[in-house]
Structure formats: structure tokens, C-alpha cells
Design a protein around this ligand. Sequence first.
Ligand code: FHN
Length: 413
Amino acid sequence: MKNRTGQWWDEGKFGLFIHWGLYSLLGGEYKGKRTDNIAEWIMHDLDIPMEEYHKLAASFNPTSFDADSIVRLAKQAGMKYVVLTSKHHEGFALYHSKVSPYNSFDATPYKKDVVQQLRKACDKHGLVFGLYYSQAQDWDDPNACRDGYSEEGRDFSSYFTKKCIPQITELLTEYGPIGLLWLDTPLYMTEKQSKTLKAHIKSLQPDCLISGRIGHGLGDYMTTGDNFIPALAYDRPFEVPATINSTWGYNKFDTNWKSTAKILRSLVKVVSRGGNYLLNIGPRGDGSVPEESITILENVGSFMEKNGQSIYGTKALPLYPYDIDWGYFTAKKGKLFIHIFEDKEDAYLLNIANKPLRCYRLSDGLPLTLKERTTCEGDSSWLIKLPPREEGEIDQVICVEIEGDVSFEPITG
Ligand code: FHN
């Protein structure tokens, strides 16, 4: 990011997304009917009438919700920021809003402010606190956008001025510094409305970053499609929001958990192309986090603990002229990190223009032999003898110290 405001985001690279709301109580099923889409869309997809859906609030009493343990989990996973759905498309707010009583304090037996609890936990553990807010879709307000329905008969500007703007004002004035406002699905918002919203957010908290989904290219960074990773390095800061199974909100039927190897590969791939990775968990209706998510995040944390240096503060690399299928590079000034995802005896690389100064395994500094040679075709080559992999090692990271930034040579043949 050009301004220093986004430095924590640029350097942090890895964040936790939390999708939680009344939909979490349903876990993907309503009155015996399962949704076949992402679970937080159940109200929309099963056409649950507003008055019926409202009744869920009466059973929202998440006694197993523990903001502190969720933030500790994120920290242990090596994440640097947390983004909570303060209000998703369903319209229910997870904080004590004065704008609408449809919130976790006023409408539930729980009577607590979830935003406040996570704010405190983030401060305690030193993570940046961000909020998701569905600025355009609100299925609880007949004037707001609803995917698949036209604007006809709706007065979007009434919802926008009476609920969206006032709730965003609350979030940005009552909870201290918000690192990031994660807006989503702008649907029929005009450029003027997106601009108004941006100006409003920046007037309240100039340092608050805005996701690309404010619409009309007005975000502080680009948000990719869900679970989509750009094929090449991108020339603007970007973030990839990703699910840990196949849904954002909790779905009791979704056992499609991604493996730790898959998550690590995605993290490294995103970072090598210059982006951030925002990985989601969907707590259950009682606030507990599915054990599978906990295990995956703990496994990622074991990698990050030893190899975090190859992720934090790295920058997008120039395009390497070859497609290597066993791994990826990440880099920062003076260091090239080679991520090796296969059991190999050596890593052979062509066309790296830098002079290697030192080569070692990142996790423990074990020195490694790197042989430099010019091939018969005149290309430079490196041959690195790799140590045996450790038990369960998914990504063996080799650090090669170099002078300045990494650069690659064109292929001469
Ligand atoms: O509709 C939402 C969806 O529920 C979820 O919040 C994702 C996260 O990126 N955003 C929208 C779809 O792209």
C-alpha cells in the first residue's frame, strides 16, 4: 500500500475471518431442509420469511463463545489480524446497536456485545481488529439489496442512510481504532454511494482500510473472488478471502475440510504473488469453534512459528521464467525463500540472477551447500543439497541470502 496506514496489513500477510450470526444456529438446515449453498445464505436460499428468521434471536445464547481463545488461536496460527462479521446479509448485528434492536444485546438472551469482546481480546493479544459489514445486502430490510431481485420497489437510499451509514458510524466511533472495514457484495450501489461511504469512513477513521468490495474500484486494496488466487503477481495490494471447508458460516454437514498442506500451499502462493490470505472459521451457534478448524490452524501455526520470516514482510516476486511444480518462492530484500512441498534430495534452479551469499534451512539455520554453475547454454544455475525432511514436514523452507532484491534472468536458449 502506498500510504503508511496499511503497513500492518502489507507486512502481516495473514488474517482470520470469522463468519458468525444467527445462521450459525441453523448449521445449514432449517425445518429439516438443507441448504446446498454457503450456510450463511440460508435465509435467502430457503426463502425463510423475516418474521420466522427473527425467532432465531430468541435462542442465541452462545455460552461457549470465548473471544480470548479465538484470538489466541489466530495468534498461534501466525495471523496478524482478525475480521468479524459485525452484520452479515441476514441483517442481525453482533453488537449493541442503537440503530436497530435486531442485535446480540437487545434481541437475545445472551445480552452481550460480541464486537466489544473481540476488540478487547485483539488488544490483549496484539492483533489488529477489523470488522466485516454487509453494506448493501440486508435481508431484514425490504429497501436494501437482495441478490437475485431487482431494485424495483426498493428505496435503497433509505436503507443506506437510515441503517448502513448510522451502523457504520457506531462501529467506527464506539470501538476504538478499526484496522479494516471489510465491505461486501456492493450489488446495486452507485459510484456516488460508494464514494459517499468511503468519505464517511475516512472522515471517522482515516487509518481504517477498506476492502475492495466497497465497489467501483474504491477499496484500499483489491479483494479477489472467494477462494480465487491471481495466476500471477498482481500490481496492486490484494487479499484472498478463503474458506477452511466449503462454507463461511457454520454448516454441520460440511466435512470438506481443506488439508493443512492445501492451506499452506495457498498461503505461500498468495504471498509469493504479493497478496494477503484471509482464512475463515465459522463458529457454531453456541460459539464453539469446530475442532477441525482448530487443528488446521494449530498445524499452520507450527509452520509459522519456525518459518514466519518467509511470509511476513515479503513482497511479490518478479515472474520466474520456469514453472516449477514442487514449490514456490517468497522474498524480501536480501533474502530469497524457496518453499519445497515435495520430498526431494536437492533443489536445482536456473536463471536466478543474484549472487548467493549464504544458504540454510530457515527453521533452524542448518547450513546447506549451494553449488553455483553456468550451464552449457550460458544460464546460471544453483544446486542446493536438501536435508532429509522432518516428520510431517509439509513445506521445507530454504533461505538463500542475496544482495538486494531477487531478480531472474531471461532464458538464453
Ligand atoms: O455473500 C458473501 C458470503 O456470504 C461471504 O461473506 C463471502 C466472503 O468473502 N462474501 C460474499 C460472497 O462473495
